[in-house]
Design a protein around this ligand. Structure first.
Ligand code: KG4
Ligand code: ZN
Length: 342
């Protein structure tokens, strides 16, 4: 085993982004993402199209990551790739490619957990003095496929203390945006249009779910009911109302998200909070949590925007901690749509 921090090639292909990065230790040398825009017209990811697009893009994306890092393939010490969770067909493309490369180069291979990697992105060195959150801390991980409250006591151990019972919050953002014909992914559109809108202009049914669990499917139905009641079955709304609509939808989704974060912080008595995943890019979520953290005296960690949506640098961080505390994965391991949490 190498004693100095390794230079890892990281690959991510769990959904609709083909991504590769090179990290030496936790220092990001390159971070290349190729997003598949062909899903936009369908209002969601089409799995069959996604896996084919990964096949087309992967060689070029990896070559670009090596080039931007100014590193040769033979100088790479190990390869880390997302094992899951994600779309199986998409995962298999990156995973098979990464295993083949590690076999050909005779270097260790590491399986990364996509949701853990979102959290570990907080430890990427983005400046000279960026130690990341101290353990233990609570992380709200909110993406297109997951909404989880996770206690992190160690970089490789996730204790999920709450999660959604149905839709993920990112999915709810995407579906609401689809109803308003705003394009995919919908979260950034709603976020942008909500600025300047009145968040109390439209009211939706509040989710009723106990404990630290989330539920967004009832809220999604309520949004559809309100929109069809106000604007008819084809939801022909005047564009002047778009800011109010987006601000109201965003408030309903974020209120539910934040309420459980506060409950979890109270119950766990933790004082460090982080957020991760695509939805952590949301400007209102970031500003509301900043205010709350100030009031409560919590240390709050918001990921840099480049590491909120899917990327391979975060997969590299997962690989780094496995190199530090764990062991290499067997080449007989396979991609998994739903791997174990830790
Ligand atoms: O983590 P991510 O890139 O992919 C998954 O692992 O799912 O998250 C994508 C999700 C999408 O649902 C997208 O609409 C949402 O993150 N998202 C946002 C924002 N930016 C991305 N949701 C709300 N506000 C945003 N600014
Ligand atoms: Zn993700």
């Amino acid at each position: 085993m190498i004693s100095t921090a390794p230079c890892l090639l990281a690959i991510e292909s769990s959904c609709d982004d083909t991504a590769a990065a090179v990290l030496c230790g936790l220092e990001v040398k390159s971070n290349v993402v190729s997003s598949q825009w062909m899903h936009t017209k369908y209002g969601g990811v089409v799995p069959e199209l996604a896996s084919r697009a990964h096949q087309t893009a992967i060689v070029e994306v990896v070559e670009k990551a090596l080039q931007e890092a100014d590193i040769k393939l033979y100088e790479i010490d190990g390869i880390v790739c997302t094992q899951g969770p994600g779309l199986l067909g998409s995962l298999l493309v990156g995973h098979s490619f990464a295993k083949s490369l590690s076999l050909a180069l005779g270097i260790p291979f590491y399986n990364a957990h996509h949701m853990r990697a979102h959290i570990l992105a907080h430890f990427l060195q983005t400046g000279p003095n960026h130690p990341g959150p101290s353990f233990p801390f609570l992380c709200l991980t909110a993406s297109g496929g997951h909404t989880q409250l996770v206690v992190m006591r160690h970089p490789l151990e996730m204790e999920i203390i709450g999660e959604t019972m149905d839709d993920a919050v990112g999915e709810a953002f995407d579906k609401a945006a689809k109803m308003l014909r705003l394009g995919y992914p919908g979260g950034p559109h709603i976020d942008r249009w909500a600025q300047g809108g009145r968040s109390d202009a439209f009211a939706f049914a509040k989710p009723k779910i106990s404990g630290l669990q989330y539920s967004f499917s009832g809220l999604k139905t309520s949004i559809l009911q309100v929109l069809t009641k106000e604007f008819g079955p084809s939801i022909e709304y005047p564009e002047s109302l778009l800011p109010d609509l987006c601000a109201s939808i965003q408030k309903a989704l974020l209120d539910h998200l934040i309420e459980k974060v506060m409950k979890a912080m109270e119950e766990t008595k933790l004082s460090t909070l982080a957020i991760a995943g695509g939805v952590s890019a949301n400007s209102s979520l970031r500003s509301q949590l900043t205010e709350i953290a100030k009031e409560k005296g919590w240390s709050l960690f918001l990921p840099p925007m480049a590491f909120t949506m899917d990327n391979a640098a975060m997969i590299g961080a997962d690989g780094y901690f496995q190199w530090l505390y764990g062991e290499a994965s067997p080449l007989s391991s396979s991609a998994q749509a739903r791997p174990e949490a830790s």
